[in-house]
Design a protein around this ligand. Sequence first.
Ligand SMILES: Nc1ncnc2c1ncn2[C@@H]1O[C@H](COP(=O)(O)OP(=O)(O)OP(=O)(O)O)[C@@H](O)[C@H]1O
Ligand SMILES: [Mg+2]
Length: 357
Amino acid sequence: MIKITQLRKEFPAKDGVFTALHALDLEVARGEFFVLLGPSGSGKSTLLRCVAGIDIPEGGEMTLDDRLIFSSAKNVLVRPEDRGLGMVFQSYAVWPHMTVYQNVALPLTHGTRRIATGKVRDRVMHALSLVQMETYADRPVPYLSGGQQQRVALARALAVEPVVLLMDEPLSNLDARLREEVRHQILSVTKRVGVTVLYVTHDQTEALALGDRVAVMHQGRIMQIAPPNDLFNRPANATVAEFLGKVNWLDGSIAASGEINTSIGRIRAETAGLQGKVRVGIRPSSLQVSETSTGEANEFGATVGAEAFLGEQIELLLKLPGNTELELHAPRRARVRWLDKVVYCRVDASEVLVYQE
Ligand SMILES: Nc1ncnc2c1ncn2[C@@H]1O[C@H](COP(=O)(O)OP(=O)(O)OP(=O)(O)O)[C@@H](O)[C@H]1O
Ligand SMILES: [Mg+2]
């Protein structure tokens, strides 16, 4: 559906050129919800803007639905309005002097994607019903909440029946509760319509919750493309692992047995193909805590240096030998005071992340 090959985007910089996208390759399947995740400045919006035709790349090729929309070699550049896209951005970009209905109808009555006048009303009302806003059709847009305005923007993008829906941080202006609500709605509506989605966010929770697949971007490159579960459990490298959430890092070296020697002791993990110095990563949620030893592998004695009660979970800061500190997140059970206690922490070998140094 979306095929991007060797895409290169440069911007002028004071010391020459800055390469925002380095020969980037990407394929998104029909009907797929594809998320671009990465820190600020990693090139997510630039990539989206290239697909939209707002930014013009310096090199590479892009096809949408088997139609060539950009090629530097073949000198092809399809205008943004002729690419068949729907777009939703962070700012709702709805017209304040118009009603909900008028906003959604606008692209259907003006410009290159006009449809027959007699069909506009049905199309608008259908789009509004998809986002459950049909009862608000006559309301002026300023009298809507942020979440409702963003749903209008989504309805407007869907009303043109785009081949691809592009979204750039559409939830970031909403508060936490609304963000979750609109997030659910985006997922259910896009799946119901079957539209292919390219969605940009810097929020890993959002990416994992929404994406059929997620691409992690870093400095204008894609570091890994995987379904959310694989991405979280098997990050390709330490940068990706870190970007998906807090990781406790330890220096290690592979012993003859295949186990890893670290400052807290020997750790069992999957180390096939690794040798010498490695970086060992343990997520706070992969650590289990108990007051007595279970005698199993990968168990280490520790003292609780700090304790934070966060409602659904507790966070402990564990002090281990070698001046090592590990953060641990445990589900809240019967309230036990952990502070200053001597405890045991344990991690499953399958949950230890190991990267060659
Ligand atoms: N018009 C421009 N001129 C010069 N540099 C630009 C331009 N647009 C983007 N950049 C640079 O390209 C890089 C990527 O920017 P981009 O907006 O794609 O990042 P992003 O991943 O969307 O970040 P954010 O999460 O902050 O939105 C940044 O270093 C940015 O400064
Ligand atoms: Mg951006």
